[in-house]
Design a protein around this ligand. Structure first.
Ligand SMILES: [Zn+2]
Length: 270
């Protein structure tokens, strides 16, 4: 959990290459084989609802499911909200996090129990906004880093804005405006966004696949790549839109200098 929080855009997925169709996957971390929930949001970011079975419940309100559409906090992206429904009863999902490899859904009241058949429903408006801003952040980061040699030092999607930290010695607000304009130009085009897995060795050969200066993926065999076709390829476990046209436009809200070289910019979808 801690490690995942530290690595924006590196909420990496541990999936066995031979068990992609099974309901539960095995994830071999440090010789401990652990069952994990199938993360449906990684395969299809547009799934708004799914059926699931409750695998376990801790302290009455921390629920693990056999599969889920709820994104857990991590990699610079906030958690999803929504509800888990059992027959006519609704349990609101107030927090989703990853603990010891399990995706845990915190619900607002006790009652769910192991073996329950449930239906999950996302707060789609919340999630879709995050998908749009996450993809926008990738495009902006890629343009800025390629064009100026800036290094990304952190980023965080928030409910209504994106915080983006980078390191660049000579910084002029006009430069920022130029890259925001360039990103907006791309958001008017029909440019697809794809996600897929690659073997680790192959993935690490892609220039710039790891954007964070200090981030390096843990020793897992396959990396999930998010590709904005012709613009950027990056190791990433977040949820994205399928086409840049879905983003709309972005605008700068605020910029700050954080020391000699470190800059912070906040931007938002318009
Ligand atoms: Zn990302």
């Amino acid at each position: 959990m801690k490690r995942e929080d530290r690595l924006p855009c590196l909420h990496l997925v541990c999936k066995s290459p031979v068990s992609t169709s099974s309901l539960k996957r095995s994830c071999n971390v440090g010789n401990v084989v652990k069952a994990v929930t199938q993360a449906l949001y990684l395969e299809d970011s547009y799934l708004r609802e799914c059926d699931a079975v409750v695998v376990s419940v801790k302290d009455g309100k921390y629920v693990v499911l056999d599969q889920t559409i709820f994104y857990p906090k991590g990699g610079g992206q906030p958690w999803d909200t929504g509800k888990i429904v059992r027959s006519n009863e609704t349990f609101n999902v107030v927090y989703v996090g990853k603990f010891s490899g399990d995706i845990s859904h915190e619900v607002d009241r006790p009652g769910l129990k192991e073996g329950d058949k449930v239906h999950c429903v996302l707060d789609w408006e919340h999630r879709y906004r995050l998908m749009r801003s996450h993809t926008a952040a990738h495009v902006f980061a890629s343009l800025l880093c390629t064009g100026t040699g800036a290094l990304v030092t952190g980023n965080q999607l928030e409910e209504d804005k994106v915080r983006f930290d980078f390191s660049l010695e000579k910084f002029d607000p006009e430069i920022l405006k130029e890259y925001i304009d360039r990103a907006n130009e791309l958001f008017r085009k029909d440019i697809p966004v794809k996600w897929y897995e690659l073997p680790r060795e192959e993935a690490l050969k892609i220039p710039g696949v790891i954007k964070m200066a200090e981030a390096f993926p843990p020793d897992i065999p396959r990396l999930r790549i998010v590709e904005v076709v012709g613009v950027d390829r990056q190791a990433d476990g977040g949820t994205h839109v399928k086409n840049l046209k879905e983003i709309g436009q972005i605008k700068v809200l605020k910029t700050e200098n954080k020391g000699k070289q470190n800059r912070r910019v906040y931007f938002a979808l318009t």
